[in-house]
Ligand binder design. Structure first.
Ligand code: NAP
Length: 461
């Protein structure tokens, strides 16, 4: 049979009504949930258990036998038992010879044992064909049918045929198998359910740290300074004014931090003259969490939009507006429209709207359901070209809004720069270096390096 036809067979749904019996060792939570789902999908299920007394928790269409008897009835045996009890399988080695054993176990800690549970099982029963699968699906999700978040089932194993048989079952249960290769990938698959948002830790801690810093920076300059030197109590700024300063600043800095590692990577590649050497660990990690940094930046930008939209409802703003109107009425003089100011205000609003629109576009295209539907070039176009455009718009928005204070001595309270000036340091640095990097004399060698050219090739003739 040629390769294509075997692929088609593997992908085609099983049209025969009769499915092969599957054996499950262990009538615990997972064994029962999986058995239930398998019976619903048309598989006859036989349980291997220490007790053959049928409990009312076990699916009613399933048989419960001793381990040895149950194993003889099926070619595939799912081991729904914790690793520490695997020793009981050793006396069954002869019965299990040649059978497909599916290891679904998880551990309590990352890298708890020197080898993965599946590799340990394969060492205990060298005559069996061990496949790792199902460990990322929870018993609760199987039973309640809420599998949207965990529809993917990672599968790995050294025996291709055995792996294919397990993947067919995964498909028949309405799940999506993801072939992770040989059994050596089992450790990684077993660690997967133990990770708690691994890519989010650095972005969240960084954002929290910066937010706290900028919050207290604004508190010192806008509330404490004013209280000490102008005897004005603006403590209510804590609720909206300060958050509405911190949010745009955070959004801009985090967006720049999405593009900064790419700049570092380009400089390192240009300096080394090759792409075949690993980046330092910190840069690798930073590159891997760019999407998370971008999404947090988008959250800050959205908060800034909401805070800005509620501005006209604020008592302080209506008081300031009516004060202006009353003072004009008392002086019997209408202030002429300051056209320069009107231009500045319309410009920064327009730049902010465009920047936010692109920001949202970047966020949407980073969603797996959307990014899976665009090719690599389209994805790069949006994330890189439109991303830089968003950074330019947002930087310009801040420059036009905050620029008027840069030269004013009153903006330097306690000799400290205004928060808007601080927020522009990283974005401006990123944009300036990026501008240098797109010069043909720099861009050409960089493109060649990224295509595999080396300045000092190791293997030159
Ligand atoms: P469980 O409810 O404690 O069930 C384990 C079963 O193992 C018991 O019901 C028992 O079945 C059998 N067993 C216990 N001690 C034994 C021994 N000394 N010798 C032989 N068999 C023994 O655990 P579980 O939640 O179903 O988890 C089972 C496995 O699935 C674990 O490795 C776990 O990591 C994995 N898993 C669980 C989930 C989940 O959501 N629960 C998700 C993914 C993976 P009998 O009484 O019938 O013999």
């Amino acid at each position: 049979m040629n390769k294509n036809s075997s692929n088609i067979m593997a992908l085609a749904p099983n049209t025969s009504n009769k499915r092969e019996t599957v054996c499950i060792f262990g009538t615990g939570d997972f064994g029962r949930a999986l058995g239930h789902k398998m019976i619903q999908s048309g598989y006859p299920v036989v349980y291997g258990s220490r007790s053959t007394q049928i409990s009312n928790l076990v699916p009613k269409d399933a048989e419960v036998l001793s381990h040895a008897e149950a194993a003889q009835k099926a070619a595939i045996i799912i081991i729904a038992i914790q690793r520490q009890h695997y020793n009981f399988l050793i006396p069954l080695a002869e019965i299990l010879r040649g059978k497909v054993l599916v290891d679904i176990s998880n551990n309590l800690k990352l890298n708890q044992y020197p080898e993965s549970n599946a590799e340990y099982l394969a060492q205990l029963l060298p005559g069996s064909r061990v496949v790792k699968a199902f460990n990322t699906v929870s018993a609760w999700a199987l039973q309640s049918g809420t599998l949207d978040a965990s529809r993917q089932v990672f599968v790995c194993g050294d025996d291709m045929e055995a792996k294919q048989m397990v993947m067919n079952i995964v498909r028949a249960l309405g799940l999506t198998p993801l072939d992770k290769g040989t059994l050596s990938a089992a450790q990684e698959i077993e660690n997967y359910p133990l990770q708690l948002f691994p890519m989010w830790k650095f972005p969240i801690f960084l954002s929290l740290g910066l937010t706290v810093f900028f919050f207290f920076y604004c508190l010192a300059l806008d509330v404490i300074y004013t209280y000490i030197y102008e005897k004005n109590n603006f403590s209510f700024f804590i609720a909206i004014t300060i958050p509405n300063r911190v949010c745009p600043v955070m959004a801009l800095i985090l967006l720049a931090l999405v593009y900064l590692p790419g700049i570092f990577a380009a400089i390192i590649q240009l300096y080394r003259g090759t792409k075949y050497r690993r980046f330092p660990d910190w840069l690798d990690k930073w590159m891997l969490c760019r999407k998370q940094l971008g999404l947090i930046a988008l959250a800050f930008a959205s908060l800034h939009v909401v805070f800005t939209l509620v501005t006209p409802m604020r008592a302080f703003v209506s008081w300031r507006t009516s004060k202006g109107i009353i003072s004009q009425a008392l002086n019997n003089k209408t202030e002429p429209l300051d056209k320069t100011n009107a231009w500045i205000s319309d410009s920064y609003l327009a730049l902010g709207i465009l920047g936010f629109f692109l920001f949202v576009l970047l966020g949407i295209t980073s969603l797996p359901s959307v990014s899976n539907n665009v090719n690599w070039r389209e994805f790069r176009f949006v994330q890189s070209k439109l991303g830089y455009l968003a950074l330019i718009f947002c930087t310009a928005h801040t420059l036009v809004y905050g620029g008027k204070w840069f030269l004013s001595p009153s903006a330097y309270k306690w000799y400290l720069p205004n928060i808007y000036m601080l927020s522009l340091v990283i974005p401006c640095a990123v944009l300036v270096v990026k501008f240098v990097l797109i010069f043909p004399c720099v861009d050409k060698p960089l493109t060649q390096i990224r295509q595999g050219w080396e300045r000092n090739p190791k293997h030159s003739e």
